[in-house]
Design a protein around this ligand. Sequence first.
Ligand SMILES: Nc1ncnc2c1ncn2[C@@H]1O[C@H](COP(=O)(O)OP(=O)(O)OP(=O)(O)O)[C@@H](O)[C@H]1O
Ligand SMILES: [Mg+2]
Length: 332
Amino acid sequence: MNLLEVRDLYVKYRSYWYTYHVLDGITLRVSPREKVGLIGESGAGKTTLLKSILQILPPQGRIVRGEVLWKGVDLLKADKGYVMNVRRKGIGMIFQDPLSALNPVFKIKDQLLEVLRYSYDGYSKSELLSLAEELIRSVLLPDPARVLESYPFQLSGGMRQRVVIAMALASAGDLLLADEPTTNLDVTIQDQILRLIDRLVIERGLSMILVSHALGVVAKMTHRVYTMYAGNIVEEAPTPKLFNEPLHPYTKLLIENVPRISSRRLGEGIKGNPPDYRYPPPGCRFHPRCPYAVDICKKVKPFCVKVSRDRRVACHMYSEGLEKVDGDVNAN
Ligand SMILES: Nc1ncnc2c1ncn2[C@@H]1O[C@H](COP(=O)(O)OP(=O)(O)OP(=O)(O)O)[C@@H](O)[C@H]1O
Ligand SMILES: [Mg+2]
């Protein structure tokens, strides 16, 4: 059985004047112990998707329709208590902005105990404290007792990020959502932190959704990858296939435009901009930027088709004569 299954999920944001139609029918699945990558330009809706899974969108955000099945139970229909329990014991999230995850006025100890108190109800304070120490040790921070007595500002950026990972692990009984887990860190530390996350996920038998702009990292750390463009999943494939032989025009451009230190040319990015979510283009949302767009792309939204046993693409170039598999995430 899938651990997590998102089916045909639509999410919008509202401001006073406008409605932003961001997630546009997302379907995705994660199996036990599977590491899944989520790639796509800034603004594609990756963070929106992760926050929708946990139902922690900002107040302007609204899930319009769809299903978020956790071990077969739809979290969007489940009662509040059930969802809280999943947040405390099932799914942990490392946020894109790690500093906002730590409160500057409380000691690390108090913040970690607060999380643990919910995840391990019935434990005594001293039991929780030793759990906290164990967690701090597991993220390879020396002198856990001292770290626990520190305030966030007394730790370096890399140390703070390890604390944030420890806090996410406290509630990640089955799944870790890692949203750009090394964005604000020094390049030299990024690699250490990623290897640490990878090791902990494997050791603890967790599944993971990893969001990263560093495609090399996604290539190394995941089993399967989804490409996301403007609120749609446009391609899904086992990681080596997706990077060696991308099918969707957008995935191809994304991979070709990775900045390479070895080449003199810096990645220029993909021409054009992601769409204005207030007025998303009809048909395929990528058509205004797609070098292969033809008439149908401007009118009809391409559905996801299975192009081989383990690959899916949403593009008219591939859809002729193939069956729609949107919403049928079990079909492999
Ligand atoms: N509170 C909000 N109100 C209105 N629009 C929002 C809000 N939060 C996000 N958005 C919009 O939703 C779209 C998707 O944002 P999201 O943060 O999910 O993208 P992302 O793929 O995580 O990008 P990045 O790679 O930069 O983190 C963006 O266009 C963003 O401006
Ligand atoms: Mg984001």
